[in-house]
Ligand binder design. Sequence first.
Ligand code: FAD
Length: 449
Amino acid sequence: MSDFDLIVVGGGSGGLAGAFRAAAHGARVALLEPGELGGTCVNVGCVPKKAMWLAAELSQHITLAGELGFDTPAPKLDWREFIVHRQRYIAGIHTSYRKRLDENGIVWMPCRGRLIDRHTVESEDGTRLTAQHILIATGGRPRRPAVPGAEHGLVSDDFFNFCEAPPRVAIVGAGYVAVELAGVLQALGSQVELFVRGQRLLDSFEPDLTAELLEDTKQHGIHARFGYSLAGVESTADNGVALINTAQVRSERFDCLIFATGRSATTAGLGLELAGVELDLSGYIQVDDYQNTTAPGIYAVGDVTDRPALTPVAIAAARRLMDRVFGGKPEAKLDYSDIATVVFSHPPIGKIGLTEQEARDRYGNAVAVYRTRFRPMLHALADSPQRSLFKLVCVGPEERVVGLHLLGEGADEILQGFAVAMKKGITLSDLHDTVAIHPTSAEEVVLMR
Ligand code: FAD
C-alpha cells in the first residue's frame, strides 16, 4: 500500500496544475516544492515580467499623452513603490495556492525531493514517501554562456531584484527574455544595448515582423549589435562590466550585464538514474506524446521536457495527463500544434502556427500570404512612427489559415480568439465572412486580402 496515489516534484505551473487536477479526480496527492509556490511563472517569470511590461507601457503612453495635449510631465517611475504593488499581487497568488492546496487535501512539503526508485521520493529531511505515480515538474533555470568572467553577468532571475533602472545595461541574447527585458529597462530609464550572436531578433518568429520590431526597438533608443561573438566578460574597477568579443575587442563599460542566453532543464540531483528516467541529448527528460518518461508510472511536464516553454503548455499537459491517469480518459493528451504565443515587446508580437517559410517548406507553391501594415489610431493621432504589421499564411485552394502573425498594439490580446478559430481549421473566406469591429487593430485580421 503506497502513502499516496501521486507525488508531484515541483510546485510551479505544471506541478500545481497536475496536483489540483489529480486531487479533483479523488487522488491522494503530495507535492514537494522548496521555493515559493508558482515556480518560475509566478515568481521570476510571466507575472512579475508582465507587471514590469505594464509599467513600461504606461510610461510610453504617458509620453504619447503629452504629445496629444495632456499636461503630463515626463514620466519617472518610483520602482520601489511599483515593486510593492507587484509583490502584493504575487503574494495574493501564493495565498490563493496555499488555500487551494488545503481545500483539496494536498500535502505540501516545502522541501526538495529526489527519486529513490520508481515509486519512492525522498525529501531533503530524509522523509520517504511512496506512490503509484510520480510527476516530475521541476522546470528550468537560466543558463550562462561558458566564457571566462561569466559570473560577472546577471540572469533574468536577478532582474526581478532590481529596485531601480541601472543607467547602462548590456543584454546578451535575442530570444524573448532578451527582447522583453530590453524593452522594459529602456522604457523605465536605462540605456540598453543588445548583443546578438545571430543576425536577427526572435528567430522563431516571422522575419518581416521581427525586422519591423527591430525598427520600433531602435525608435525607443535601444542599440542592437548583430553577429556579436562573446569571448569573455571583465569587471571594471568602478563596479561595472565590459564584454570582450572573439577579436579581443573590449566593449564600453556597462553598469550591468544580463545574460538571456537560454535555459536548462532542472534535473541535477533528482535521482533520475535510480528510477530509470532517461534524458535526451539536450538534457531534457524524454517524454512521449502522453508525458510518459522511460520509467513506467513516472511522468514529466513543462520546462523540464523539450516542449514549448510556456506556462499554459505546462498546465494543459499536466491536466490532460491527470485526466488520463486518474480521470478515466485513457486517450487524453495535449495537442501541441497551433499553440499561440506572444512576446511582450513594445509593441507586442505574437504568432500561431507556421511562418511563411515553414509553410513553403511543407506545402511549396500551395501557399498564399497576405499582409497589412498600418498605423494604429493612437500612434497616428500622435504622429508616432510606430506601425503594426499583420501577416496571414494560407494553404491550398480553400486557403486554410495555417499561420497568423501579429506585431502591434493589442496583438497580445487579439491573438487568443483567433487561436480558437485556427484550432477549428478556418479558411480565409471564414475571416472575410466575419463582420469587422471598427475602428480597431483587430479588424485588420478579417480584412486582409
Ligand atoms: P517552473 O514554473 O519553473 O516550476 C518548477 C518548480 O520546481 C520550481 O518552483 C522549483 O523550485 C521546483 N523544483 C526544482 N527542483 C526541485 C526538486 N528537486 N524538488 C522539488 N521541487 C523542485 N511563459 C508564458 O506562458 N508567458 C510568459 O509571459 C512567460 N514569461 C516568462 C518570463 C521569464 C523571464 C521566464 C524565465 C519565463 C517565462 N515564461 C513565460 C515561461 C514560464 O515561466 C515557464 O514555461 C513555466 O513556469 C514552466 O512551468 P514548470 O512547472 O515546468 O516549471
